[in-house]
Design a protein around this ligand. Structure first.
Ligand code: ARG
Length: 580
């Protein structure tokens, strides 16, 4: 079913020389209530048709007939304001939402592939909060695109190769302890790495030794490779445990090392295109004519670089997946890297270079004093999770001491708070992570939304004698009947009810917008609006004590809200408890 916005785009496109996509991109949400749900500015058409915009708006208003979603269109100055057809919302939209349930928002499969490169922690370096941002933003985009019908491939480009392994091998041979390693590989390897740096300050020979071992690794020496595999394997198990805990999925863990035997060809390709330069024994790609600094592809000792691997990986990924888009969810501090990288792909003549997108994000700081870290400045993801779940548990114990499944709920609320606390911010901005704020049940938080959801579940349970989704199978039919009734009796016409219906109608387009602009924050903010509209409604419109038809209609309305809150949170990777 088309969304309201798509319907308008179609109607206007049939009356003008603009494509539906052009109209779609111009439609605005009017700044004030009473001006309709969408406004179309007629300036672009005015230029095209060489007529004043207010004339165009008036002419179009005369020619537009109501569609299924859209009621009337009115011209106001250079704008054309579209009003949503109110009865349609409860007769068609609500039954559609409640009938589809968990499937509401999912679209038919299309044959486009989106590859998303996200998370990508480095072995022996902590899985820090920068990686946390990449993980939650990437995962939300993954879920959004999948729901929109794309084939999505999630890749974790693990940092599993590089000079740090030479250092780790030296450190482990000197000071390592196998049982410590097995116990807590991620922290332990990081500790060894830190120790190596401390010792190397006193004893510079260590660096030479580390270079030696990394060379051995590159040459395929059995001992070196054995240790590398061991470190890598243990770290991966640990990462995967955290991903499982957070409900994060990947389709591939092909990390940097996977491309080892494709690097020669990659550098050769750059040479063939005449882009390679030699400088003091090192090989680099000259990007100067394009206003970018040169990028190193091989050091003089023969070692390849991050860039060399990224080039090889992109070429490999295109061959394998024929993607429509390849997204890199990586911090803004790597912007230059991605500029150089995409420019190189273009110069190498790949037609798909323009389909590679860097999705950058800002830094995250933890508000001081509250986050204890084991190693100075670094924050470990697992500590963040533990702390959030602990805090959530305390709050829940206080608010709802009788809750049966406190631990389960605390996990959903704690994890939800971390994920949402990140996603609600425009990703490009730096974030200050404040524990009190992300767990505030009345703030702009996941718990606020989860709480609205749980409250609806509780009302529905009371109304339906136990189960929240008791009649979901027949929801469509029941909903249709209630919808007709609502029209006949003029129900759901209070301003709070209308607002809630209109907000519900915006869900799918916010989903699409979040995916298209790679900004899950649009969906996060939308869910806050919906939860807020629900709370206003609930404050003024009793449900369980309302009379007959009105009670049925309101139950249907809040069931629709429940479904959209649940599905919307799910798209962000957040669970919604039925009780909390
Ligand atoms: N491991 C890298 C880092 O921590 C991020 C890798 C991102 N993906 C990529 N294909 N470059 O900085």
């Amino acid at each position: 079913m088309l969304t309201f916005k798509e319907e308008i785009a179609g109607i206007l496109s049939s009356l003008t020389a603009m494509s539906p996509a052009e109209v779609y991109s111009l439609l605005e949400i009017p700044p004030e209530a009473g001006m309709g749900e969408y406004a179309f500015p007629c300036f672009a058409l005015a230029r095209l048709q060489k007529k004043p915009p207010h004339i165009i708006a008036a002419e179009l208003a005369d020619r537009i007939k109501p569609g299924s979603f859209s009621g009337e269109a009115q011209n106001k100055g250079p704008y054309l304001n579209f009003y949503i057809n109110r009865p349609y919302l409860f007769e068609k939209l609500l039954p559609e939402i409640t009938g589809a349930g968990d499937g509401y928002g999912k679209e038919e499969e299309n044959n486009h592939t989106i590859v998303i490169d996200y998370s990508a922690p480095n072995i022996a370096k902590p899985f820090g909060v920068g990686h946390l941002r990449s993980t939650v933003i990437g995962s939300a985009l993954y879920r959004l695109y999948r729901a929109l019908g794309y084939r999505v491939v999630g890749i974790n480009h693990i940092g599993d190769w590089g000079t740090q392994f030479g250092k780790l091998i030296v450190a482990f041979r000197r000071w390592g302890d196998s049982s410590e390693l097995e116990k807590d590989p991620v922290h332990y390897l990081y500790q060894l790495y830190v120790q190596f740096h401390q010792e190397a300050e006193k004893d510079p020979d260590l660096d030479e030794e580390a270079r030696y071992w990394f060379r051995q690794l590159e040459l395929g020496d059995e001992d070196a490779v054995g240790m590398w595999e061991h470190f890598r394997g243990l770290s991966l198990i640990e990462f995967q445990r955290l991903y499982r805990l957070m409900g994060i999925e990947f389709d591939s863990y092909q990390g940097e090392s996977f491309y080892n035997d494709m690097l020669d060809e990659t550098v050769e390709l750059v040479r063939e295109k005449g882009l390679l330069k030699e400088s003091e024994g090192a090989l680099l790609a000259d990007l100067e004519p394009h206003g970018l600094p040169p990028c190193l592809l091989r050091k003089k000792d023969g070692a390849a670089l991050y860039m060399t691997r990224d080039l090889a990986a992109a070429i490999y990924r295109y061959k394998k997946y024929r993607f429509s888009k390849l997204l890199y969810v990586v911090g803004a501090e790597q912007t230059l890297h991605f500029k150089q990288f995409f420019k190189l792909l273009e110069l190498l003549g790949f037609s798909w270079a323009g389909d590679c997108v860097h999705v950058p994000f800002g830094l995250i700081h933890f508000k001081d004093g509250r986050m204890s870290t084991r190693e100075g400045k670094v924050v470990f993801l697992e500590d963040v999770i533990d702390k959030a779940v602990d805090m959530a548990q305390n709050i829940i114990r206080e608010k709802n001491p009788d809750l049966a499944n406190k631990e389960e709920a605390a996990k959903m609320v704690g994890l939800g708070a971390i994920i949402f606390g990140d996603l609600v911010n425009d990703r490009i901005k730096d974030v200050e992570f404040d524990w009190d704020k992300v767990l505030d049940f009345s703030g702009e938080t996941a718990p606020y939304i989860q709480y609205a959801h749980a409250r609806i579940c509780s009302i529905l349970r009371k109304a339906k004698g136990g189960s929240v989704t008791a009649d979901l199978g027949e929801g469509r039919i029941a909903g249709g009947l209630v919808g007709e009734l609502a029209r006949a009796e003029g129900l759901l016409e209070a301003p709070e009810e209308e607002q809630l219906l209109i907000t519900l109608a915006r869900f799918k387009e916010q989903m699409r917008r979040a995916a298209e602009e790679y900004r899950p924050s649009f969906l996060a903010r939308y869910l806050l609006d919906l939860a807020r509209d629900f709370n206003k409604f609930y404050h003024n419109c009793p449900v369980l004590t309302a009379a007959g038809g009105l009670k049925e209609a309101r139950l249907l309305l809040i069931d629709g809200v429940r479904v959209v809150l649940h599905n919307g949170l799910d798209l962000l990777g957040i669970e919604a408890p039925e009780e909390m």
